[in-house]
Design a protein around this ligand. Structure first.
Ligand code: PMP
Length: 287
């Protein structure tokens, strides 16, 4: 099936989609991105992802290339043209094309906008979730502004590759105090030895995951005990359950950390229930 990408105002064949070599995204990782899960052709957690996108752009002083309304239309068109029912839509906005110079172009140039959409086999993803997946830990080595969803993902890419090479689906970054910050492309959670849900607070240097924040609402509605508190790798290994959240993984049970089983080494009841509740809510609220 031929796919289409949106590049700076028009849809082009995916295989022919390109940006200029002096795009500051390509040269300097001077840009941001967002990813929405797509449920039944609609955008999941739409408002949260838009809000974070505008914030990331504002933090970097990159102009908004279009309104939220216009962007919604283009994202939906990308979903439609690629015939995505269940999947992901990816948006990248860079500061634009300018002769290479570290400082911002003056006068400013129009931001570059790229959108792609792809289908995901949700049945296969559900099977992976039912089996449970594993993570490995790596030292935290990222910059101090992980709250900005920047396209500067080299440490994340290296961490993910380390995970793959060690047979795991995700890498958890661990800071100097031995506390887990987050995953290479997900937020990290446990159900601790006391049965409390735990995930790192967003005052820490992590991305404010939209799935994380929606799941906190689900948890509040379900009346489950929760604390936005960091946990050590040792606590995670001794936890009853572990899982990760993200637009890609949704809620995904983790059954091993650095090769050591979590709980009884199978997806636990809390993570399994939260995956179902999150997906139900995301489907019901998708636009
Ligand atoms: N942390 C990092 C580093 C990520 O890249 C992602 C996914 N983009 C997340 C957390 C999860 O965020 P979200 O739930 O908004 O997809």
């Amino acid at each position: 099936m031929s796919r289409f990408a949106y590049v700076n105002g028009r849809f082009v064949r995916h295989g022919e989609a390109a940006v200029h070599i002096e795009d500051r995204g390509y040269q300097l990782a001077d840009g941001v991105y967002e990813v929405w899960a797509v449920f039944d052709g609609k955008l999941g957690d739409a408002a949260g992802h838009f809000a974070r996108l505008w914030r990331s752009l504002d933090e970097l002083r990159i102009a908004h290339p279009m309104s939220e309304k216009a962007l919604t239309v283009v994202l939906r068109e990308a979903i439609r043209r690629n015939r995505v029912r269940e999947g992901l839509v990816y948006l990248q906005i860079s500061r634009g094309v300018a002769p290479r110079d570290h400082a911002f172009p003056n006068p400013a140039v129009p931001p570059s906008v790229v959108i792609t959409a792809k289908s995901v086999d949700r049945a296969a993803a559900d099977a992976k979730a039912a089996k449970g997946q594993s993570v490995v830990t790596v030292p935290e080595n990222r910059w101090g502004r992980c709250d900005i969803k920047s396209i500067g993902l080299l440490p994340n890419a290296l961490a993910k590759q380390a995970a793959r090479e060690r047979g795991a689906i995700e890498a958890w970054f661990v800071d100097d105090l031995g506390l887990v910050t987050e995953g290479a492309s997900s937020n990290a959670w446990i159900v601790d030895a006391e049965g409390r849900l735990r995930t790192r607070d967003t005052q820490a240097n992590i991305l404010r995951g939209i799935t994380r924040s929606s799941l906190l609402s689900v948890i509040a509605e379900a009346g489950l005990p929760v604390a936005e508190q960091p946990f050590t790798v040792e606590e995670a290994k001794a936890a009853r359950e572990a899982f990760i959240t993200g637009a890609g993984s949704l809620v995904l049970p983790i059954v091993a950390i650095d090769g050591a089983p979590v709980g009884d080494g199978a997806p636990g009841p809390v993570a399994t229930r939260l995956r179902r509740l999150y997906i139900e809510r995301a489907k019901a609220t998708a636009i």
